[in-house]
Design a protein around this ligand. Structure first.
Ligand code: GDP
Ligand code: ADP
Length: 399
């Protein structure tokens, strides 16, 4: 997902315009954005979304570029200039699950490559913007019960949470499945992927390499679920320093003796591995308590109590679960909307609010927009406000 789409253009330019179906005649659903001498006309056909450029200095239209066939075209999109090189196209998806998509167009690329046949729009991104809550990072020493608590959470709220499946060089345990518990991988392969920038974080833990790929986190986000990461303290530190905004929870054992007993009863490690894990546990607990990385510490003495406390932290405990959505809700974008930009905020005006709706303005804050994996954009903060009179400073913040 999120790959830049291939653009195959065959002899497009004719006297009358374009023969590939990208006439892009103004039909009310195209938008134009001016960058210097160039006017970028963004429009859709029944099959895809495309950009056509009018060059004022030559008085000519240049070859249109296909942005992509996803989301499936349907009426209603608009575009706004993000900065001098980028146009953000806001596009309504064709199904309620699609919510809003954003496609980022690298105008520099379109300008430079508009004469090429078979070019690719490199900086093309898309994303479903929804209410997905901040990812949850869970750390703690081996045997403390992280996996057990996460399984309970995923079992009770299967549509709310998604697990970030890490990569590791350690061998699978008897009951573990490749692609479910971990992606089991060769060290050389993982090291190359790390070099290629595919990992959000990685660390050497108990003698093996572990890492969270950007893809692992994005797959959960793309499914509209809240991402759970089970990673060690070093990994948590790296995520803290990354662009991923998360909640950091450290799980502590009631005592070292209890931790040892749990590890031994689990029966998944060799004696040598158990001793190594217990040695590492002391340092991990010290760092977990004092590093300032973690927002919360939970003691896992009684499992049920600890689980209830975890749910409380995540705002899904018994007292307010009735008000919680079990699936993230997307932001609805009406076909009729207007778009404008004020500083780092893009404001989508959805018209007068309907009775059951409480808000009519969607604000996309692009001030912390960051590049994600190739072809993706992350860090777009989206929230709604009821009207301009509310100001733009965080009423009903959604993500
Ligand atoms: N930094 C980092 N740590 C990870 C990752 N995945 C797992 N870990 C940590 O690696 C440690 C060992 O995990 P594992 O081999 O499954 O053993 P367990 O903790 O005893 O169940 C644990 O502290 C995990 O939290 C990852 O992607 N990144
Ligand atoms: N509160 C608890 N009391 C007793 N045993 C527990 C508790 N929490 C977890 N366990 C058990 O301890 C072992 C280690 O738990 P696990 O979830 O695998 O830890 P981690 O993922 O942190 O390494 C498992 O056998 C699990 O059933």
């Amino acid at each position: 997902m999120g790959e830049a789409p291939a653009f195959i253009v065959n002899d497009l330019h004719t006297e009358n315009g374009f023969t590939n179906g990208f006439g892009l005649k103004p039909k009310g659903c195209e938008t134009t954005t001016v960058v210097g001498d160039k006017t970028f006309l963004i429009g859709g056909t029944d099959e895809a979304l495309g950009v056509k450029i009018y060059d004022k200095s030559t008085g000519k239209w240049v070859i249109p570029t296909v942005l992509g066939k996803e989301p499936k075209p349907c009426k209603g999109h608009s575009a706004v200039l993000l900065n001098e090189d980028r146009i953000l196209v806001i596009k309504k998806g064709s199904t309620p699950d699609d919510c809003i998509w954003f496609l980022e167009v690298d105008t520099q690329y379109v300008r430079d490559h508009n004469k090429k046949v078979g070019a690719e729009v490199v900086a093309w991104s898309k994303g479903v913007i929804g209410y997905a809550e901040k990812p949850v990072v869970i750390s703690g020493p081996s045997g403390v019960g992280k996996g057990t608590l996460i399984s309970m959470l995923m079992k009770e709220f299967p549509s709310m949470f998604g697990f970030s499946v890490s990569h590791t060089t350690r061998a699978p345990r008897v009951m573990e499945k490749d692609g479910v518990h971990y992606h089991y991988t060769e060290r050389s392969v993982m090291e190359k992927d790390i070099k290629d920038g595919k990992f959000l974080e990685f660390a050497s833990v108990h003698g093996n390499l572990y890492g969270t790929s950007i893809e692992a986190v994005e797959m959960v986000a793309d499914a509209g679920k809240r991402c759970i990461l089970d990673i060690d303290v070093q990994g948590a530190r790296s995520v803290r320093a990354s662009s991923l905004e998360a909640i950091f929870i450290f799980i502590c054992p009631p005592s070292m003796e209890e931790l040892e007993e749990r590890l031994r009863l689990r029966g998944t490690e060799s004696e040598e591995q158990i001793l190594k894990r217990l040695r590492n546990a002391k340092a991990e607990i010290e760092q977990g308590k004092s590093s300032g990385i973690f927002d919360h510490t939970l003691y896992n003495d009684n499992l049920e109590e600890c689980y209830e406390n975890l749910k409380k932290l995540l705002g899904i405990d018994g007292s307010n679960i009735a008000n919680q959505q079990t699936t993230p809700k997307g932001i609805d974008l009406p076909a009729e909307h207007s778009i404008s930009k004020i500083d780092n905020k893009i404001i989508i005006n959805c018209g007068a609010p309907e009775q059951e709706k409480t808000s009519n303005l969607i604000v996309m804050d692009v001030s912390s927009l960051k590049e994600g994996a190739p072809g993706r954009t992350r860090g777009l903060d989206v929230y709604t406000v009821d009207s301009f009179s509310d100001g733009l400073n965080g009423v009903s913040k959604l993500s």
